[in-house]
Write a protein that binds this ligand. Structure first.
Ligand code: 13P
Length: 262
């Protein structure tokens, strides 16, 4: 195998919750206060990506803990007439560290394209945020056996003009669209196959060493029951968790599943 388990130890494992459109600020504070003691000894990076209005509360609530806060999107312009949008500068100023870019729900429901994903990714990097760039195939694309073409195209376009130096701050999340919120998880083998393919695409674009260093998460109905098997795969370096990230014990169990002695 080209990218083996040994190399995995060199990469940062990241378990990130994507709360989507859930939790008011007071509910966010409550959930984070429940999660914090449960994940304090985590061996991996722990991130909560929360709705815009929860961000300031979330940053405050996690001060002095090992939980990092992320946004769920950002705009590519620094400022201007973009009603309803949020800039990277606004996120940086309040202490946000990560930002989810190109989630399939944004691609499906809000007209996000690879071009806008690329613009947002570059803006996030320029501002010193760490983008979690989401890629994934639709069910019919998998059935038509074009998963790799779809993923390869997304990786190429979404990372267009991103330098090898900038790539060090990029996280890729492989989220097969058919597995999101459906309870239908990709098998560990399916997840590994595509995550390994993503690394091969990165190798073609940036070289072996750069590709070796990138954290690639799996997302799509990951939960406390299936996390360990998914995370045991050599190219699955973490998870982007939707539903299960809203329940403190479940999220903490996924974090615990990354521990070496688990
Ligand atoms: P679920 O874990 O609810 O399937 O959501 C996955 C996801 O979309 C994370 O970004």
């Amino acid at each position: 195998m080209l990218f083996d388990s040994l190399a995995k130890g060199l990469r940062k494992t990241i378990i990130a919750g994507n709360w989507k459109m859930n939790k008011t600020p007071s509910e966010a504070k409550e959930l984070l206060e429940q999660i914090a003691p449960l994940v304090k000894d985590a061996e991996c990076e722990v991130v909560a990506c929360v709705p815009y209005v929860d961000l300031a509360t979330a940053v405050e609530a996690t001060k002095g803990t090992n939980i990092k806060i992320g946004a769920e999107n950002c705009h590519w312009e620094e400022k201007g007439a973009y009603t309803g949008e949020i800039s990277t500068g606004m996120l940086k100023e309040i202490g946000v560290e990560y930002v989810v870019i190109g989630h399939s729900e944004r691609r499906q429901y809000f007209g996000e394209t690879d071009e806008t994903v690329n613009k947002r990714t570059k803006a996030a990097l320029a501002a010193g945020l760490k983008p979690i760039v989401c890629v994934g195939e639709l069910l019919w694309e998998r059935e038509c056996n074009i998963t790799k073409e779809v993923i390869g195209r997304q990786i190429k376009l979404d990372l267009w003009d991103v330098s090898a130096e900038e790539l060090k701050n990029v996280v890729i999340a492989y989220e097969p669209v058919w597995a999101i919120g459906t309870g239908k998880t990709a098998t560990a083998e399916q997840a590994e196959e595509v995550c390994e393919y993503i690394r091969l695409c990165l190798k073609a674009l940036y070289g072996f060493e750069a590709a070796q260093g990138v954290t690639i998460q799996y997302g799509g109905s990951m939960n406390d029951q299936n996390a360990k098997e998914l995370l045991s795969k050599p190219n699955v370096d973490g998870g982007l968790i939707g539903g299960a990230s809203l329940v403190a014990e479940k999220f903490a169990a996924i974090v615990a599943a990354t521990a070496s002695e688990y």
